[in-house]
Design a protein around this ligand. Structure first.
Ligand code: GLA
Length: 730
């Protein structure tokens, strides 16, 4: 049994294959955190909550309750009663004052996992996941909080969420509801987060955990380019293979907070949840608020193990799409090829040439609807522009289908242009504050998806488009951050609910869309990679990773992204050089190798490529078919990081049974007068014999892992090599 309760010691043990999480109860019923780390096979009792040390528990020493609360390792701390570290739950009672105290009441353990109403969340069969629900109560407020822990045994993952129910007679106001907390002794922890900007998303950042609070958050209404809803605490010297790693990842696409706080007693409290700025929620008697899920992962074997656990978990328990384990069609997208300047003939020219070279789907990007010839107009008017596409969508799509290709389309359903029929008819459907000129971002407003009528309109608009032709794929974009938070319907008391209600509206739309069109391949996107989060993965098996398609910048972006997301989810394309964002010129081959570590596709005008480039496209599309199963389903090993060494990048995709391994090596900067470079490979069967394809050399797995593999010296910056090892004996 992964979850057990020991009545005598008042402890819960949550076991996965390699990890254990222990929760203990104090005599009063405070729910405390005892342990998270390498698997324990014996009992642990609640004396490890250190209740025998001063200041003792309140039942023994009521006069020093505050001192106790301020050092007790809480599973789910509450605000206003004497724990001065970051709280997870803040509640304003009927008197208007803030204070909440949760004490254990009961618990239940059951096979499987419940859904979280309205929110994306992981899932699993009854033999894959077991759940513990600890029911706590605040007697004064009449508030019940259920702390939920789901244990995914095989993947070494524990997910947490909370639901809060008002069982009192008067309305309560929730001003903060976080999803997870981890209170531990400090071990000179360092934190790892993912930071960036547009076109340079999710670069890995490391820092020392200092006294006080180190917070990463987004108040932009999206998970965002700048920060990512992920944090890991690692012990000093942690590498890919060594070190203790505690990761937390948030299954949510709106404002979030990920924080670590080092206390006066050298403990750390790591918390994650919906950002409390701009959030409050009125909870009427009988109502329940559901917090989003947080994913917890522990690895005692460095970052590599954390990465592979998360990859397996997301592939098996978060991505619902039937495409998750399937090869996706190789697509060509016309955005960088034409921007807004295209018509049916241009698209068909691209499609014909693409088809010749093994590309399987044409994706028509922004600019096909309303009067949209630049980004100033028409969002919301999802009616085809017949000046560009005479005969409409159906004609174009039928032509593309007749070539033997699939067709995909871009939409930005959450937005409205001030210059649109929709906005002229329904100005109150935009998020804005009465009396203020709302701030525009990319010349647009955000639709108020907290309103059911707006959600229904958007859903109908998408359905009409998708029913009008044989469309296999949608790129769902979202190109501005939110501001001017005002909703025409939420009233004075409800405006602070808008951010969360908005995201619930987005989730409802994607839920309905994927239910209505189960075979649709959905790719989420937000100005590149601003909505790359686990919440989106629940609806779409792939997410556009960044508008930056430069192969070298992508090394850093994809390294950070692949730290926590499977390669099968990473939208990656080959584009032309000089690269449109950074102006860099890289070999066509390198661009192909880097895009191979993702969904793979093209973002260029294929009719303008040289003969040599065209023949490389044919080789690359064949390469994709040869390796995609391995890339999509294999174990990922990060071998070297050019961000760290300044010279070269290297990663591997290894079949779980060790039968084949694909190594991608990119020499970013060439050095003069050097010999071959040794790299230590991983994931091989030690005693098996492997052949390096194309070279005829044979190696034992042991040699490649212990002695290493010698990458021949080569000339040139930005050049790349694939090394494919196939097991031939053992
Ligand atoms: C965003 C996307 C791009 C492209 C444009 C179209 O920036 O990230 O890929 O679709 O919008 O306007």
């Amino acid at each position: 049994m992964p979850i057990t309760y020991c009545d005598q010691s008042r402890t819960f043990h949550l076991d996965t294959v390699n990890t254990t999480y222990v929760i203990g109860l104090s005599p009063e019923g405070y729910v405390g955190h005892i342990y998270y780390g390498d698997r324990l096979f014996g009992e642990v009792d609640n004396s490890l909550l250190r209740m025998e040390e001063k200041p003792f528990t309140p039942s023994v020493n009521p006069g020093n309750k505050g001192a106790f609360l301020d050092c007790f390792p809480m599973e789910y701390p509450t605000g206003g009663i004497g724990d001065y570290r970051e709280s997870c739950l803040d509640v304003q009672g009927p008197s208007g004052s803030r204070g909440c105290e949760l004490l254990y009441e009961s618990h239940q353990i059951f096979a499987g996992k419940k859904k979280i109403p309205g929110l994306p969340a992981s899932f699993g069969q009854e033999d894959q996941v077991e759940t513990l629900e600890i029911v706590c109560r605040d007697q004064v407020l009449g508030l019940k909080a259920v702390l939920s822990y789901s244990v995914f045994y095989k993947e070494d993952i524990i997910t947490r969420s909370v639901r809060v129910e008002n069982q009192g007679a008067e309305a309560l106001r929730l001003t903060k509801v976080y999803s997870a907390c981890l209170d531990m002794d400090n071990e000179e922890f360092e934190y790892i987060t993912l930071q960036g900007s547009w076109a340079r998303e999710r670069h890995i950042q490391k820092g020392k955990v200092a006294y006080g609070r180190q917070s990463m958050s987004s108040v932009r209404g999206e998970s965002g380019h700048q920060v990512h809803p992920f944090m890991a605490l690692v012990t000093p010297g942690t590498s890919q293979k060594q070190g203790r790693v505690y990761g937390m990842h948030f299954v949510y696409s709106g404002n979030f907070m990920a924080q670590v706080e080092r206390s006066q007693f050298d403990t750390v409290r790591m918390t994650m949840g919906i950002l409390s700025d701009e959030f409050s929620w009125k909870l009427e008697p009988g109502e329940t608020f559901h917090g989003p899920e947080a994913v917890l992962v522990y690895s005692g074997e460095g970052l590599g193990r954390m990465t592979r656990n998360l990859h397996n978990f997301y592939r098996n328990h978060m991505i619902r799409s039937s495409y998750c384990h399937k090869k996706r069609p190789i697509l060509i997208n016309n955005w960088e090829a034409t921007y807004f300047d295209f018509d049916t003939n241009k698209l068909l020219d691209i499609a014909r040439e693409a088809k010749e070279h093994g590309i399987e789907m044409l994706v028509m990007d922004d600019g096909w609807f309303g009067e949209r010839n630049d980004d100033t107009t028409s969002l919301g008017d999802w009616v085809v522009n017949e000046k560009k596409l005479p005969g409409g969508l159906k004609y174009l799509v039928d032509q593309v289908r007749a070539l033997g290709m699939e067709f995909g389309i871009w939409m930005e359903p959450e937005m409205v242009s001030p210059d649109s029929r929709l906005y002229r008819e329904h100005p109150d459907w935009a998020v804005q504050i009465p009396g203020r000129t709302a701030t525009q971002g990319r010349n647009q407003y955000v639709l108020d998806l907290s309103r059911q009528d707006v959600v229904d309109y958007v859903f109908d608009s998408i359905c009409k488009v998708l029913r009008s032709a044989d469309i296999s794929y949608v790129k769902w974009d979202m190109n501005r951050q939110m501001s001017d938070l005002g909703s025409a319907l939420l009233g004075r008391d409800g405006q602070q609910e808008l951010f969360h209600r908005y995201i619930l509206g987005v989730y409802e739309l994607q839920e309905r869309l994927t239910a209505e069109f189960p075979d649709l391949l959905l790719e989420n996107c937000a100005s590149g990679g601003a909505r790359f989060d686990p919440g989106m993965l629940y609806y779409s098996p792939q997410i556009w990773c960044s508008d930056d398609t430069d192969a070298i910048e992508r090394l850093a972006i994809q390294e950070g992204t692949a730290l926590i997301y499977p390669l099968s989810a990473i939208g990656a394309h080959v584009s032309v050089c000089p690269n449109h964002i950074v102006g860099r010129v890289t070999p066509f081959e390198t661009r192909g190798h880097v895009a191979l570590a993702g969904t793979f596709g093209y973002e260029l005008d294929i009719t303008k490529l040289t003969e040599e480039e065209l023949s490389q496209v044919s080789e690359q599309t064949a390469m994709y078919h040869k390796y995609n199963d391995l890339v999509r389903e294999g174990d990922y090993y990060r071998i070297a990081s050019w961000r760290e060494n300044g010279l070269y990048d290297c990663w591997e995709c290894a079949a779980a049974d060790g039968s084949e391994i694909l190594v991608t090596y990119v020499q970013v900067i060439a050095q003069p007068n050097v010999r071959s470079r040794k790299i230590y490979l991983e994931g091989f069967e030690a005693q098996a014999v492997y052949e390096l394809e194309g070279a005829g050399h044979r190696y034992t797995g042991e040699q490649l892992m212990k002695y290493g593999f010698l990458v021949p010296a080569c000339a040139g910056d930005f050049v790349s090599r694939l090394f494919h090892f196939v097991r031939i004996e053992g």
